[in-house]
Ligand binder design. Structure first.
Ligand code: IFM
Length: 440
């Protein structure tokens, strides 16, 4: 029986990813807090509430957990509504707290990656039309100036916007995010403004910190056609790929912005990425359907793949490899800014993570410039419109007591981070059922 070790490149970043509204708690001044207060918006009418109580200081113990379990990086986000609670007011105390958190990461030898927009917006922005408003990119740029100026001592890896596709579809194409609209023209305006905001932020960050590395986090999804010989299925799979994966990315490559049936040029966006941030969870299998409201398709997970406990994702590691290959086309360094699975019992998570990291290792062996991997997530946190029903953490969270529960995946991931490799012993110990798969 071969017992090879799958080694990753020297200097590889191994971390976890979080987002402010999902972990901080006590965020009351943003659009999500307002959304959560409307009955029926969130599964089981859950609220972020205290979340993981990072704003109350529990980031310290969670950063200890990350560092003690072999991680050397962490991705977190800055909550805009804390830093700029009103359009004409900056909260220096909030910035001090973020400085303390980032210093906390650096002191624990965790390289910080900071996201500047991760789904939540200040209430005042929401009241001014949110990202539908053509002035919003300039508002965002002012926020970016303030934050980067204040935090540059600790951070040089910046993610401008997390998953602009999820944010736009979620809020403006019926996806269950605020503001709960379903309007193609508005969605086009929103995503265009996100492109403009990214371009402004890219330049501002570099003006303040010339050595900065700036990208955005793209939620990549592979769309496989259901019926291999169906030209209509092929067409919808292609159109979904263009709309979901290419739209924002292409605008940042050559300044051409295409979104479903609409297009324009945003020339200032061309060439505004230093790295590709890739979030990957699952593949969809799609078939043509006479359903204009559903963008002419129906979707399911490809049959034969294990599906997560709440049906959110399927374990399709090949889709991850496809995403990495797609990202590599741009010939820029790649960070996997998110990958993970909801699994309260922590059985599926071990299989999912190992199989996905094995694909990551394969991609590294093609000499694609992959520089790090951030597992979603460090500790269970508030999962947006699905509330607390989904448990993505390496550590579990008991919401009532704030107690953290160490799941076996902590130790599996720690072994991989420490060894910078997947060893036979790790596979055998944490997912013996994968031995014949990874060591055929
Ligand atoms: O929790 C989210 C995160 O905020 C964005 N990417 C997907 C994760 C899991 O659904």
């Amino acid at each position: 029986m071969p017992t090879a070790t799958f080694h990753f490149p020297r200097g590889f970043l191994w971390g976890t990813a979080t987002a402010a509204h999902q972990v901080e708690g006590q965020n009351t001044n943003n659009n999500w807090a307002a959304w959560e207060s409307e009955p029926g918006r969130i599964l089981e009418d859950d609220k972020a509430g205290l979340a993981c109580d990072w704003w109350g200081g529990r980031w310290r113990e969670d950063f200890d957990r990350a560092a003690e379990s072999g991680q050397n990086a962490h991705r977190l986000s800055i909550e805009w509504s804390r830093v700029q609670p009103q359009p004409d007011r900056w909260d220096e105390d909030a910035l001090d707290r973020y400085r303390a958190m980032l210093r906390g990461l650096v002191e624990r030898k965790l390289t910080p990656m900071v996201t500047l927009h991760h789904f939540s917006d200040p209430l005042w922005l929401h009241q001014r039309g949110s990202w539908e408003n053509a002035e919003t990119p300039a508002y965002f740029d002012a926020f970016v100036h303030k934050v980067v100026g204040a935090l540059k001592e600790y951070v040089s890896l910046w993610v401008t916007i997390n998953e602009p596709n999820v944010y736009t579809y979620g809020g403006w194409l019926g996806g269950g995010f605020p503001p709960g609209k379903n309007d193609l023209n508005l969605a086009y305006a929103v995503m265009g403004n996100l492109v403009r905001a990214h371009a402004l932020a890219y330049r501002s960050i570099h003006a303040i910190q010339p050595q900065a590395q700036v990208g955005f986090a793209h939620h990549y999804r592979s769309f496989w056609q259901t019926h291999k010989n169906s030209p209509l299925d092929k067409l919808v799979a292609r159109q979904l790929h263009l709309a979901w994966n290419e739209s924002f990315m292409r605008a940042l490559t050559d300044g051409r912005f295409h979104f479903l049936t609409k297009r324009c040029r945003i020339p200032e966006a061309a060439g505004t990425q230093d790295f590709i941030g890739l979030n990957y969870y699952s593949v969809d299998e799609v078939a043509f359907a006479l359903a204009p409201g559903e963008l002419f398709h129906k979707r399911r997970f490809p049959p034969g793949y294990e599906v997560s406990e709440t049906g959110q994702s399927a374990n399709v590691p090949r889709g991850f490899f496809e995403g990495l290959k797609w990202a590599h086309q741009r010939r820029l360094p790649i960070y996997v800014t998110e990958n993970g699975i909801e699994d309260r019992v922590d059985d599926f998570r071990r299989r999912y993570t190992l199989l996905h990291l094995h694909q990551l290792w394969r991609a590294c062996n093609f000499n694609w410039e992959i520089k790090g991997y951030f597992h979603w997530s460090l500790v269970d946190n508030f999962e947006w419109e699905r509330g607390w029903t989904q448990r993505f953490g390496l550590w579990g969270l008991e919401n009532e007591t704030q107690k953290r529960v160490r799941r076996p995946s902590v130790d599996m991931y720690a072994a991989i981070c420490r060894e910078n490799a997947i060893s036979y012993a790790t596979v055998e110990k944490f997912a013996p059922e994968l031995v014949p798969v990874l060591y055929p």
